[in-house]
Write a protein that binds this ligand. Sequence first.
Ligand SMILES: Cc1cc2nc3c(=O)[nH]c(=O)nc-3n(C[C@H](O)[C@H](O)[C@H](O)COP(=O)(O)O)c2cc1C
Length: 196
Amino acid sequence: MIDDKALDALFRNARTANGFTGTPVTDAQLRQLVDLMKMGPTSSNSQPARFVFLRSAQAKERLRPALSTGNLEKTLNAPVCAIIAFDTLFHEHLPRMFPHNQAAKSWFDGDEKKAARETAAFRNGTLQGGYFIFAARAIGLDCGPMSGFDNAKVDAEFFPDGRFRSNFLCNLGVGDPSKVFARSPRFEFDEICQVL
Ligand SMILES: Cc1cc2nc3c(=O)[nH]c(=O)nc-3n(C[C@H](O)[C@H](O)[C@H](O)COP(=O)(O)O)c2cc1C
């Protein structure tokens, strides 16, 4: 088991960032983050998540029209904003990514499998978004995940061919502790769990 210091950094003391210090996020950190995130499990090792890191002012301007008012300033001021998206045609990679079962691609091929494909892409892409947040925390970064934006506008601007679709956004950097909200309550074990 990992020690208390690591548990605090990943879970107990980590907070959702609403503002960041001026410390930049380097390319090396983005690579380290993705190298950890990618080891998280996905069904049939499908790895549908895709990431676009917006760092320049010019890149973030392209996002501006899609952002909700409450998410605008903190995103424009964040060192990096990641668009966490998913590949709707992830199954095309399965012969490479799930090599011990060459039939896996056929589970998602064709129009009649579209619903299964979309469920798997969203489920596994969302899981990878969660791994992304914890990988960022593990390397000393803070995250500000956001669903307050217009997915259709992001998709039209960044994924015009329709293959990738945005899931959520995530600001990244070293969090400014003065900007976090008061910690909101969490459910107790007995409220959300059954042991049968
Ligand atoms: C997928 C997702 C979407 C979120 N969307 C927004 C958002 O649009 N704007 C915002 O200010 N916070 C957003 N949040 C932040 C949550 O409100 C925050 O993570 C939660 O209250 C827990 O805060 P804590 O980590 O500081 O305890 C989002 C969080 C997640 C995981």
